[in-house]
Design a protein around this ligand. Sequence first.
Ligand code: ATP
Ligand code: MG
Length: 596
Amino acid sequence: MTAARVGGDRGAIPKSEAVRRAARMPDYARARRTFSWSGARAQMSGLPDGRGLNIAHEAVDRHAATRPDAVALRVVDGNGATVEVTYSELRRRTNRFADVLRGLGMCRGDRVFTLLPRTLDLYVVALGTLKAGCVLSPLFSAFGPEPVAQRLRLGEGRVLVTTPRLHDRRVRPVRDGLPALQHVLLSGDGVPGESDASSLAAALAGADEEFVIPPTDPEDVALLHFTSGTTGTPKGAVHVHEAVVAHHATAAHALDLGADDVFWCTADPGWVTGTSYGTIAPLTHGATLLVDERDFDAERWYRTLAEQRISVWYTAPTALRLLARHGAAAVARHDLSALRHVASVGEPLNAEVVRWSYEVLGTPAHDNWWQTETGAIMISNYAAEEVRPGSMGRPMPGIEAGVLERGPDGRALRGPAGVSEVTAPDIEGELALRAGWPSMFRGYLHEDERYAASFADGWYLTGDVVRRDADGWFWFAGRADDVIKTAGHLVGPFEVESALMAHPAVAEAAVIGTPDPVAGELVKAFVTLRPGWTPDDALHDELLAFGRRRLGSVAPREITVAPDLPHTRSGKILRRLLRARELGLPEGDLSTVETP
Ligand code: ATP
Ligand code: MG
């Protein structure tokens, strides 16, 4: 299979001398040689008197002590009004919430769930929970009652913080089935005087603003994150306080983040990116984190980048594709001169979009790869180095990434026979990571066997198929489950999608395999169009021909123009749902679908 070579052929985007000099990680080769996790650990301040390592201390208290008046959070509410919260103020507020939990009798390891939009309370609750030694589990605020109940039940949540509206619609209908849930705290206005929930504001007002973080072992559980559910039922990944070492180091290396930055992470707070980089990492660096409660709107997002003087921006391919679709005229109206670094995660970033970003935003979008399980960025394009459009980049310092040989059935070899690493360039296989980095997940909740089965011979097996080129860059082919076998070829859906997206009419594409008696599977594509294009027969035939010219024998045999494509709430195209619908199979777990 010739995964993702499409688009990579048109060459790398170089970095100027000035950009290289200004970047925080000047030289990739040297960083990989000199970096060690123990060195990164030494950058953490640790709890006073050697009482351990606590994420919230690194994110809040250490800066409150040295730069109390620096702005930690700049929160824009639903009406566009802005509030700034300094590190010392954030310290006091998070102390109060930790004290609230103590008052409720919560102990080390008890689970606190959030079902909240991006408001100041979300950050206070998240970091206060970690201070108290409890485990934070954030949920997407758009979840319906059943997904909320399912995760609270699995995670045995004892405390839930949500809003009155979400409580009415999503929690009250399922509350009877949640015996472990002892306390529901409601954030915001309109808190009713009922007995099944109480006011967060009142609780905070009555709490102490001084709180001593209890001793925290770096291996104490800190976070419980559910995966996006792209391939099936979401899994609960367990992370520990030690993870902060990786959050901090990777934010410097992959996001070029430092104390003088204004950082905007657009990920939903219910997704791992919203915690690792939407909360923890920018604060451990002492940066200013922009929090905007409002959802995507192309014009407003450009305005936010300009007016808030965002210097580092972390977003997702769908958002970049929508901005590109919005047209270049919108960009010309805004001053994006503060924007130094743009990064993207969650899905493959098509080469066309990387080039669009370079031309229009003034810096190429830097693709990087990681998972809920890895806790932090593992593979990335770097600020100080050339960008290879269509590639996810190279392994982070401290990370060893390998490509594992696949068996004749197309799956990676595993089990007692062990796994064999591919060392020759340009051969595809399953992406694996040498186990042992700080933010590696420590378990799947209640699924010990599944956890054990994701490791072989000291490697963590990611379930993604990649190609590594001769220079050590990684190219995403697809999820092992999504790879299509047609007439003896293995086809990565991303390769086909990227090729189709090079056509000016195509805004987004998703590719699946459909059963065929002769070829095994046939490649079928779904595309959405940019504004101004009509889905007529002529365009349809043109797209088929365009695919054939670019891809030859692995081109799609069938293309359907759709008004939109199903996505997860974390912005990923749900190929499994398209395939199920196409084949008339059960649709499976839909809890994370954006518009079911
Ligand atoms: P589930 O595990 O429940 O099926 P999921 O894998 O989508 O859901 P996440 O942990 O949110 O849950 O997503 C990680 C996956 O997203 C990766 O394994 C990969 O397939 C995809 N991904 C993330 N970043 C990139 C990227 N830069 N390029 C390509 N794919 C990416
Ligand atoms: Mg996954």
